[in-house]
Design a protein around this ligand. Structure first.
Ligand code: IDP
Ligand code: MG
Length: 140
């Protein structure tokens, strides 16, 4: 298996709660290498591109609003099977049932909001990773 790169976002809830270091520490403790990092305030155009697959879903607008609600941290992590590996570190989408030991399972819960607030994003395939890294690190 060749070395992969994945896009990780610390979402506004994670930044607001001071969990940037915790997320980075877990990625590094697992043994992945952080090769790019930036903090930004995402705008609607960027988020509509990033979340294009979710256009039309009931949570799309709340998701965009939530992701614009404060600064986020974008980073690229590298390593063998890092795409699958970071998804495993993150846990499943719904933090209520995400396994303890995962980022979402340990650090997030249902907040009763229209969009699930779950601390992190991680690319779900090599194609998504390439597309998302380009959005956040190769100009908008
Ligand atoms: P993922 O982040 O685990 O890959 P996706 O299905 O790609 O999950 O959804 C993107 C984000 O949209 C999720 O992380 C979560 O914040 C939100 N989301 C996904 N499904 C729902 C839903 O059914 N209700 C509310 N928010 C959702
Ligand atoms: Mg996803």
């Amino acid at each position: 298996m060749s070395i992969e790169k994945t896009l990780v976002l610390v979402k506004p809830d994670g930044v607001a709660r001071g969990l940037v270091g915790e997320v980075i520490a877990r990625i590094e403790a697992k043994g992945y290498k952080i090769v790019s990092l930036r903090m930004l305030q995402a705008d609607r155009a960027l988020l509509e591109k990033h979340y294009a697959e979710h256009q039309g879903k009931p949570f799309f607008e709340p998701l965009v609003e939530f992701m614009m609600s404060g600064p986020i941290v974008a980073l690229v992590a590298e390593g063998n099977r890092v795409i699958e590996g970071f998804r495993s570190l993150a846990g499943v989408t719904d933090p209520t049932v995400a396994a303890p030991g995962t980022i979402r399972g340990d650090l997030a819960r249902d907040q009763g909001t229209k969009v699930v607030q779950n601390i992190v994003h991680g690319s779900d395939s090599p194609e998504s990773a390439a597309r998302e890294i380009a959005i956040f690190f190769e100009g908008k």
